[in-house]
Design a protein around this ligand. Sequence first.
Ligand SMILES: [Zn+2]
Length: 206
Amino acid sequence: MTKNEYKTILSKYIPDKAVEDVYSLIIKNRVYLLIARERKTKHGDFRPALNGKQARISVNHNLNPYAFLITFLHELAHQLTWNKFKNKVKPHGVEWKNSFNDLLQPFFDNESFPGDVVKNLRKNSNELYYSTTADTNLARVLKQYDQENGLVLLETLPIESKFILPNGTKYIKLNKRRKNYLCVNLNNNRQYVFNPLAEVYFLDEK
Ligand SMILES: [Zn+2]
């Protein structure tokens, strides 16, 4: 693949302003980047070079450009930390955090991210990181940049709203229990617990 072909592919997944620097990082660090199918449990991962296999970073194909870039840098920070310390340090310890912050800085400088994303990254990068399961402000802000598909976050619906899941099951939203919402399945009347960031369709029927 030529340099320009590689950059054209990258530009489908990350913000335009980031393409040049991400390409340089990939070449400089000999990154083997796999653009992966959607995995519900994670946005990406890093596999070190083991048993004769090359080190590899994977990122889910369906993330929005900012989430993709953050996930790529998150995993690249794992690769750089691994190269230096192997498994002698914690996966998201201070060495990884320093590396992640260093990697993010040029993308703040060239304005690859919108202001609200930068604000949350700066605030949070010392203590937490972006993951599919974390209920964080950063996750909320990033979700706003997902393509419009009619889905809304469960937490934004009023109590007693009816909603429908992408698989067609109907529910009614009840109260919060700890961090989650209790909801009743309208087919079988059973109660289920939902993450506040679950993506649902609002069902506007009385
Ligand atoms: Zn990680």
